[in-house]
Design a protein around this ligand. Sequence first.
Ligand code: ADP
Ligand code: MG
Length: 249
Amino acid sequence: MNTWTSDQPIVSIRDVRKSFGPIEVLKGVSMDIMKGEVICIIGPSGSGKSTLIRCINALNDIQGGSITVEGQEVHDPELDRLQLRKKVGMVFQQYNLFPHKTALENVMMAPVKVLKENKVEVEERARALLKKVRLEGKEHSYPGELSGGQQQRVAIARSLAMRPDVMLFDEVTAALDPETVKEVLVTIKDLAADGMTCILVTHEMGFAREVADHIYFTDKGVIVEHGAPNTFFDNAQDPRTKEFLSQIL
Ligand code: ADP
Ligand code: MG
């Protein structure tokens, strides 16, 4: 029986180990995320950030430890994968919208095709979501007619259409033109303000400082240091964190 209540971590990561063949990429990672929190994971390329994110929604399996979402073990082979997909939304660097479908159709697709929900209701929700990501008026545009930032916001709306409780963002602004980065960050900020639990991998340090409740710094598959943004950015202790911040800030 699942006895999870919202005063317990909504996502709990305990001593997670992940290997690809002989190479251990996550070497015992733990973090707890409370409902409504915004967590930023930062760290050098190859440190295992994407792997960790992908373990949270079971796109990657794990070799040790546990990950629970709302008290349910994500890596339990008995777990209903569709339930997990509904609960945990994910947006990647590559938005991969369907090029021959409009923005509205892209957002409606999964609830209609996968969840078999009522099309009229889904359309209403999809329109509201496009408005929420500030794309009102673009419902009938095709991805090729939208900027990178607009496409990424369609991808966010598409993910929200499944009504997730937790959103994962893996470097969603990394491939965007600088002028469209901000509009995507504003969208995520809006979501966070609405109380969505967000776990982000990002190199946007200004955003992390302003919006995150907690920052984790990873290096070579371990969490080196973590803390509240001001403490983390102004008073990093570990030499690896200091070196990383000195390069990026
Ligand atoms: P980050 O997102 O921090 O840049 P990743 O999680 O993508 O790091 O990668 C961590 C390490 O795992 C890297 O050494 C990468 O080459 C390796 N890795 C990631 N995915 C795979 C895979 N599917 N097969 C083999 N190795 C992988
Ligand atoms: Mg990555």
